[in-house]
Design a protein around this ligand. Structure first.
Ligand SMILES: [Zn+2]
Ligand SMILES: [Zn+2]
Length: 127
């Protein structure tokens, strides 16, 4: 029985076999190649064929998993961008509210100053 090693690339994430390489056939010597040339090759035993010995070569990610991982990464980035934009809007709204509150506080302060100020009349007289 001759042997040949067949190495399959197996995705470590989904188990998908994405390809394989076949090695050299290692002959057992029972299968003659070409015409019988010596008595040593004259044997009753015949080679039953080539046995494939499968070996698994684990790879990190198959093409599908790479595409999926890339899509997931892009989706997460888009989600982060969305959340950041949302936060910025909320932050701007809070800032606006602070401005409005500040504005009203100033108006109240000015109003109080106007009503309680005794110096303004004198000042006006000078001008
Ligand atoms: Zn053989
Ligand atoms: Zn995969």
């Amino acid at each position: 029985m001759c042997t040949q090693t067949r190495t399959v690339q197996v995705c470590s994430e989904c188990g998908y076999q994405s390809g394989h390489t076949t090695g050299r056939v290692i002959t057992c010597g029972l299968r003659g190649s070409g015409p019988l040339q010596s008595i040593d090759m004259n044997t009753d035993a015949t080679c039953p064929g080539v046995e494939i010995e499968e070996e698994e070569d684990e790879i990190d990610q198959c093409h599908n998993c790479q595409v999926l991982a890339e899509a997931e990464r892009r989706g997460e980035e888009a989600e982060e961008e969305r959340l950041k934009a949302e936060e910025e809007v909320q932050e701007r709204e809070r800032a606006d509210m602070r401005d409005i509150e500040e504005h009203y506080r100033q108006l109240e302060g000015e109003g109080r100053e106007d009503s309680s100020s005794d110096d303004s009349d004198e000042f006006e007289e000078v001008v």
